[in-house]
Each structure stands twice: as structure tokens, then as C-alpha cells.
Design a protein around this ligand. Structure first.
Ligand code: PLP
Length: 487
């Protein structure tokens, strides 16, 4: 069996075999240009599962058969993020050069744990992290690591903050009176999750209310004073730039000044919005970022890289070294020069993909200026959507967009009560997405159910966002007329 298997493997390494996968991927990229195609599947999980209910394949098949199966059963019912009416969650329509680089990353399969396993990718990661630290205004001693995403980046930053506040927590735990983490009411769940993971407990989260969806800085000032007076240790303040629900930026300058005054670690969750640093027109939203001691920044969001590519930047790389106090002599060795290059000591993961390579390729192919211009373009399209919502009698915008996210509501003839509109908008999203004509999300803002559009696809233009709005309005009218489900 082995000789024939080895021959098959060799055949699968040929350009023709590789091209078979690239062809179906590029056919998807071409077909998804057509706004008349379906954005997502209308099938239920049970119907989809039916397609894949099969016994474990014991014998291999011809590559062409496998590729055909992917084209037939995987691509059509997946969510088409490159469809111009996809305005859903914050996952990007990825830049093509980075898509193709994925196959090189997988072919090389180097692991970022130790320099000797990924010599080129390790030095490239250092370089790319340095570029990003420069954009944030961080000093020479700054550093960082790529992560699987914003959740891991924020977890790691808070682990480093824990090491600063409780240097013995790694060995002894956090004790009975753990320090607190302060964040805004619209912070991502990554923050409470980290509090749980770090042994602080989610009850050690102190929530600051928002004003216009941003952390209320005077309320933060007051709370920090109260905590100091009660002798409670604040492990970190987490500011959000920009928030998941509305894409609003906390005032980093004001929050940073308060953290400096109180000697508190400032972590900025810039998973979504730190890419504004690449855009001259949007950089001002990040004013004050250099005051952060750590920054989470997801290139797989607004830098339009394919999943996954997250990043953690530290103002002082030594803080990251202190986060993980790990001894593992089979992999990490003391006293060697190369060791200072090993990224595994600074990461939650052991095996780690060389995701930085696709980021480096994207920066070389499109330039920081090009990627910054795309950021701006996504935000401009969102403003166009906002203008259309503001002009329409049938809709109400719930905020001004500061980035590429807009929350709004269908209000129709304005005769329904708020709670009825909540039910109607919830149902509207379900039916609109099931129609395949477009794809949006919902969120809760205060008590109210909001429709939420996020422009993550550079193909989406003014015509597309107007078509999405018309589609939602049409469905909204028929739901309102039918009296369901809000009666
Ligand atoms: C502000 C913010 N932080 C963190 C995250 C989590 O990022 P990831 O999904 O890359 O872990 C998100 C994702 O939506 C986010 O919007």
C-alpha cells in the first residue's frame, strides 16, 4: 500500500493538483461578485448535516472527486463573505494575495514556537510587530506576538497585567481578594472571559457605563478614585477601540491620562479598530493609543486578512516575557542567543501557524497605504448606508457610525410600541437572511433590539447598501401588514 500511497501523495504535489483547489476558490470569488447569488444558506442544520452523514472514509478517492465534492457541498452552502450584500459579523472578505499565501504557509508548516522551527517567519514576525508598534507610537523596547485573534490577545495582555499586579500568581494563584479589571459596558466578552480564565472570577470585573456607546471617562475617573479609597487593586483598565456593537471608539487620550494618574495598566482592545492607525482620515480615533501598555489588534478584521491573524503589542516586551513563566527543557533552553528569538515563551499556544507571512505578503502587495485606504472605503460605505437610513421614513439610525458598523431599526409606520418593534426587527433579520438576498446581524442596545450592518467587503458599494435596505424595508412592510410576530 505504501508505495502506491506515496505515489498519490507525490501526484497531489503537482501544480495541477494545487490548481484544482485554487480554481474552485477563484470560481467562488468570481461568482460572489454577482449580487443576484445567495449570500448564505437557507438550509437548516439538520438538512446540512444530512449532506455529510456518512461513514468514516476508509479508502481514499481521486483528488478530482474530492475537489468536486468541495465545490458541490461545501462552497454553495457556506456564508459568502465576498457577496456584496454580506453585511454580517466582523469577519473580512479577505485580500486575495493573503488567501493564496495560505497554501504556502500550510506547505511550509513551520511552527512559531521556537526560532529553529520557523527561522524566517520568526524574524518576519518581529519585523511586522515592529512596524505595527511604530504605528502605535510605541518605543524601541516594545514588542509583541501574533495570536489566534483578539480574544487570545486580550487574555494574554491581562495575564501580563496579572504578573505585574501579582508577581507570584503563576505559582500561588490569586488569593482571596483578587484585583479588579475595569472596562466599559460595551467591552467584548473577551474581557470577562479572561477574568474567569485568570482565576480572578468574573465578579472582579467593574463595569463603567457608556455615554453614546463610549466608556464614560468622568464615570471612570470617579470609579478609580473610589477603588483607590477602598484600597482595591486595579489590575487593568480595558478601553475598547472600537466596540463590537456600534464600532464606537473610547476616548483613549482621556482614559490613558487617568490610568497614568492612578498608575494603572491600560489595555486597549483594538481588535476591531486599531487598523484605523493605517488611515490618515481615521487615525484620530486612536489618539492616545501610545499611553496603552498593551494593545489587541486583529489584522483578520479591518486589515482584511483571512482567519486567523490576531496580534498583541506590548509597550515593553519584558511585560510579555513575564506573562508566561514556563519551564519546558525539551523545547525552551536557557542561555542561548537564539532563545531570545523564540516566540513560544510569549504565547498561549505551543504549535502556532506562521500567520504573519500572509500579513507580510498583504502589506507588500497592497501597501500600508492601500490597506488604510480600504479601511476608509469600508467606513465611507457605512456612512452612505447611514445617510440612506436617515433619509428613509421606515428606518431609524441608533448612532452615527464612527467606523464600518451601523445599528438601526425598522420602524415602519411608527405605530408599533418599542417591544413590538423589537420582535418585528428580530424576525426581520431571520427572514431577510434566510431569503439569501443579503446578510445582517442584530444586537441589543440598552433594552432595544437593533439591526446591525458591518461593511467588511471592499466590493460593497452605495448601490449594494441601498439594495439591502430596500430588501429589508420590503420585508418589514409585509411583516407589519401581517401583524406577526409583534401582535
Ligand atoms: C472589540 C472586539 N474585541 C475582541 C473580539 C474578539 O476577537 P476574535 O474573534 O478575533 O477573538 C472582537 C470580535 O468581534 C471584537 O469586536
Amino acid at each position: 500500500m505504501i508505495p502506491s500511497l506515496l505515489a498519490e501523495i507525490e501526484r497531489d504535489m503537482t501544480p495541477e493538483a494545487g490548481a484544482a483547489f485554487m480554481i474552485i476558490a477563484s470560481e467562488y470569488l468570481a461568482r460572489s461578485r454577482d449580487a443576484g447569488e445567495f449570500v448564505g444558506t437557507s438550509r437548516t442544520p439538520q438538512q446540512l448535516a444530512e449532506n455529510f452523514r456518512e461513514s468514516l472514509p476508509q479508502e481514499g478517492r481521486a483528488l478530482t472527486e474530492v475537489v468536486e465534492r468541495v465545490a458541490r457541498d461545501v462552497i454553495p452552502d457556506s456564508t459568502w463573505l465576498y457577496h456584496p450584500h454580506y453585511l454580517g459579523h466582523q469577519v473580512s472578505a479577505p485580500l486575495p494575495a493573503a488567501i493564496w499565501m495560505e497554501s504556502v504557509i500550510a506547505a511550509l508548516n513551520n511552527s512559531m514556537t521556537v526560532f529553529e522551527m520557523s527561522p524566517v517567519a520568526t524574524v518576519i514576525e518581529k519585523q511586522v510587530v515592529r512596524w505595527m508598534c511604530d504605528l502605535a507610537g510605541f518605543p524601541a523596547e516594545a514588542g509583541g506576538t501574533l495570536t489566534s485573534g483578539g480574544t487570545e490577545a486580550t487574555f494574554t495582555a491581562l495575564l501580563a497585567a496579572r504578573a505585574a499586579a501579582l508577581p507570584h500568581a503563576w505559582e500561588r494563584g490569586v488569593g482571596n481578594e483578587p484585583p479588579v479589571i475595569v472596562c466599559g459596558e460595551h467591552a467584548h466578552y473577551a474581557v470577562t472571559r479572561a477574568a474567569g480564565q485568570l482565576g480572578l472570577g468574573t465578579q472582579s470585573i467593574v463595569v463603567i457605563p457608556s455615554r453614546e456607546y463610549r466608556m464614560d471617562a468622568p464615570a471612570l475617573a470617579q470609579r478609580l478614585r473610589e477603588l483607590r479609597e477602598s484600597a482595591v487593586t486595579v489590575m487593568a483598565v480595558v478601553a475598547t477601540a472600537a466596540s463590537t456593537a456600534t464600532g464606537s471608539f473610547d476616548d483613549l487620550e482621556a482614559i490613558g491620562q487617568l490610568c497614568d494618574q492612578h498608575g494603572v495598566w491600560l489595555h486597549v482592545d483594538g481588535a476591531h479598530g486599531a487598523s484605523a492607525l493605517l488611515s490618515p482620515a481615521h487615525r484620530h480615533h486612536m489618539r492616545g493609543i501610545a499611553r496603552a501598555r498593551s494593545i489587541a489588534w486583529d489584522p483578520h478584521k479591518m486589515m482584511l486578512l483571512p482567519l486567523s491573524a490576531g496580534m498583541l503589542l506590548m509597550r515593553d516586551e519584558k511585560d510579555l516575557d513575564a506573562a508566561f513563566t514556563q519551564r519546558a527543557p525539551y523545547i525552551f533552553r536557557d542561555g542561548e542567543d537564539e532563545r531570545s528569538w523564540d516566540q513560544g515563551m510569549r504565547s498561549f499556544l505551543c504549535s502556532r501557524r506562521t500567520d504573519v507571512l500572509k500579513m507580510w505578503v498583504a502589506l507588500h502587495r497592497y501597501g500600508a497605504t492601500g490597506i488604510g485606504a480600504l479601511y476608509e472605503h469600508l467606513c465611507t460605505t457605512t456612512r452612505t448606508l447611514h445617510a440612506a437610513v436617515a433619509e428613509s421614513e421606515a428606518f431609524e439610525a441608533m448612532h452615527e457610525p464612527e467606523s464600518n458598523i451601523l445599528c438601526f431599526r425598522y420602524v415602519g409606520r411608527r405605530v408599533l410600541k418599542d417591544t413590538q418593534l423589537d420582535s418585528l426587527n428580530r424576525e426581520l433579520r431571520v427572514r431577510y437572511n434566510a431569503s439569501g438576498a443579503g446578510w445582517i446581524t442584530t444586537t441589543l442596545l440598552g433594552e432595544r433590539l437593533a439591526l446591525r450592518a458591518t461593511v467588511m467587503n471592499p466590493r460593497t458599494d452605495a448601490g449594494h447598501v441601498n439594495a439591502v435596505l430596500d430588501g429589508i424595508a420590503g420585508l418589514g412592510r409585509s411583516l407589519e401588514r401581517s401583524g406577526q410576530p409583534h401582535s
